[in-house]
Ligand binder design. Structure first.
Ligand code: ZN
Ligand code: ZN
Length: 353
């Protein structure tokens, strides 16, 4: 990162020029304490929220949008589905472990965090992003067409939304500053259905592009809460600790056995990036289908660059939670990460290879 490294071409500071040396020292001190690019994600979130407040959320009721989002995250149907998956995990586990494993307890904290603080944040970001897109790109909205059946529009939104999520996920693995926020999701060593909630709240900034299909097709059929609940259920299920596949549908939908390969501790993690559909991985040559050997493989990050609840003699869930949420801001030399060190050849902080 250019703001971290002092250029070798810079004239060397000498003991007789303290006014020259002071700024360089100060810059190095700040950069040695914090990963400055991570602040850009904070800045984007703040700007978006400010735009939303100033535009009164584009005329949409914030409270009503929050109610809808809560239904998706922790509504009765979602909770019922999550409980069902938790039972399935006990019946057909990929890895046998106690119901009170540390990873499970930690992910309960992330579930509570999502149901409380993250819901209003996601709603604020989504409403603001939609308002910005509608105002700055009004031509992207497809006019109403009587020839488009509603079921077709919903299916189209589902597929297009999944393609956008796949693209954002790929960026999470290729762009260092985004990886800094995404690695928390990969740090789980005790995968469960609740791992779907183990995400940094600010990573939602990168997934806002998934709103575009709904904005484009809004005149032909809005994104329904039912669609989002169904989509969330698929994504939650693929994180479950179950040895299950979908048979012949394995080639189309991401199963727990398929997504587990994405979370493996050994080998490339920038494969199997799909959320619901495997087709984007197949089209890009990033699909690795499960075998007997991959079903029970360990998950997590090699070398544990981020604080994890499994590392200490005693589990300190709250202090680990704070460390994990502050993880993206830790300086680069505080631990190389998988994407930075092996799998992803990062050339700079902004470029995607
Ligand atoms: Zn990932
Ligand atoms: Zn995942």
């Amino acid at each position: 990162m250019s703001s971290v490294i002092i250029s070798p071409n810079s004239p060397p500071a000498t003991a007789t020029t303290p006014e020259v040396r002071a700024p360089a020292t100060r810059r190095r001190t700040v950069a040695s304490r914090i990963y400055l690019p991570a602040l850009s994600i904070v800045a984007i979130a703040i700007v978006l929220v400010a735009i939303g407040v100033a535009s009164r959320w584009g005329g949409t009721s914030f409270v009503a949008a929050m109610t809808d989002q809560r239904v998706v995250v922790v509504g009765p149907v979602t909770i019922g589905i999550l409980l069902l998956f938790l039972v399935v995990e006990r019946l057909r586990p990929a890895q046998r472990r106690t119901f009170f494993a540390r990873g499970y307890r930690q992910d309960v904290l992330y579930t509570v965090l999502n149901a409380t603080l993250v819901v209003p944040l996601v709603v604020a970001l989504s409403l603001s992003f939609s308002e910005v897109a509608r105002k700055s790109l009004p031509w992207i909205v497809v006019p109403h067409s009587a020839f488009l059946p509603r079921w077709f529009v919903i299916a189209l939104i589902f597929v297009a939304m999944d393609a956008c999520n796949w693209t954002a996920h790929l960026a999470n693995h290729k762009v260092r500053v985004l990886w800094r926020f995404h690695e928390l999701h990969h740090s789980q060593e005790d995968m469960s259905v609740l791992t779907v909630f183990r995400t940094h709240p600010l990573i939602h900034v990168s997934y806002l592009i998934a709103l575009i299909p709904g904005i484009v097709l809004v005149a032909n059929g809005a994104v329904t809460t039912t669609l989002l609940v169904g989509y969330a259920a698929v994504v939650a299920f693929e994180h479950s600790n179950t040895n299950l596949s979908f048979g012949p549908l394995n080639r189309i939908f991401c199963s727990p056995n398929y997504h587990r390969i994405h979370h493996r501790v050994e080998g490339r993690q920038d494969v199997n990036l799909g959320f619901a559909l495997t087709i984007w991985d197949q089209l890009s040559g990033r699909a690795v289908f499960p075998t007997k050997e991959t079903i029970r493989i360990d998950t997590g990050l090699p070398g544990r660059p981020l604080a994890v609840e499994q590392s200490a003699a005693r589990a300190r869930h709250l202090s680990v939670l704070v460390a994990q949420l502050l993880g993206p801001f830790r300086p680069l030399d505080a631990g190389a990460t998988r994407s930075e060190s092996r799998d992803v050849p990062v050339t700079d902080d902004a470029g995607i290879r």
